[in-house]
Write a protein that binds this ligand. Sequence first.
Ligand code: C2E
Ligand code: CA
Ligand code: CA
Length: 388
Amino acid sequence: MEQDHSCRFPQGHVLFQEGDAADAAYIIESGTIIISTGSGDDRQQLSELGPGEILGEMALIDAKTRTATATCASDCTLRIIHRDALVQRIEAADPIIRHLLQLTLQRYRDQIQSEPPTPYTVARGQNNKAHEALEKLNLEVDLRQALDEGQLQCVYQPIQNLARGRIAGFEALTRWQHPQLGAINPEAFINLAEETDLIVPIGLHNLRQACHDLKAFQAAVSDTELFMSINVSGRQLHHPGFSRQVLEIVQAEGIHPRQIKLEITENLVVDFERVQHWIQESKAHGFRISLDDFGTGYSGMSLLCQLDLNTLKIDKSFVQSMFDSRCEAVVLETMVHLGLGLELDIIAEGVETEAHEHRLRELGVQFGQGYLYARPLGREEILASNLL
Ligand code: C2E
Ligand code: CA
Ligand code: CA
């Protein structure tokens, strides 16, 4: 890609004309530029731009030809931004923002060309990317409403104590039954919630429901103190007052913080200092901290020494491939030895067969979670089952 650079242009120079293909935008360092449409008697001046202003970006954003002419009204020095630099940024932007930007631009173009305004809706198949962006925006509006109307429910997946062959706790997982679209994939709506601050109220709502239901589950079990694992995402940690709100909810529901395992993922630890501080604060309140999806991220092993964790959750992909090859078996064994050596509890996810369970128990893994024991179940299903 060519480097952006500055150039001088004399008074009267035409930078670009209506109908030209667009290859660059310009930032004015000195001088004045006139933007106009038409020619001769029909010429109409749209604006006069000075130092610090940008021009020529519109045609780069929506890949159209120039809709106006730019002429230097005095000698000018301009910084040239080549097409690639801008286009790469636009392509990397949030699809909703990209779509709204293009729509706004189109409306502006319609206005200067006196065309009827472009409709907001895009027919399916006409423009897939625009359609996807609008669908996402629609789903986000629905998700806000879902939270207000109680359409979000927690389900609980049992976690088994492998040595005792008894239930030890649960992971709370969220489900959304959309009134028109039916069950929405959790990964999809959780990602959507994580892109906005919606994950904060959703997370608190889940925590409240999970604590409430843990109380009911605990009432049916007298020989073990059950725990509840709660997924925490990056946005929540950045939210002011998050730790205090978590503590208040847990206390209000009459649950001891040691019964709550807050699950974070490796990918969240990019903001290392904030996470470390949050872990210290949460542990001081009595909560336990679990590292989820261990082995799937890009952080190094040193993370385990730097974060004060209680539990390591081995991702289901490692459990499910442990009999595939000698190499996969060694990777799993090494992860377990590492966790045990650091005196962490280990929860293996994705336990689907007796053979998985047997091997994990042999390796010294304390807890298992997976379809062998149960799929995620609703509160009433748990209470009616023989799991407790
Ligand atoms: P996760 O935290 O890794 O949750 C475990 C996922 O593995 C769950 O999928 C669970 O249903 C699935 N699973 C459990 N046992 C087995 C098994 O034996 N085999 C297989 N193939 N899968 C198994 P689910 O419920 O679809 O959740 C997907 C992800 O969505 C979760 O992954 C978690 O990252 C996120 N998530 C769900 N609920 C919440 C929430 O309330 N808050 C946040 N922040 N994230 C959530
Ligand atoms: Ca989890
Ligand atoms: Ca996981």
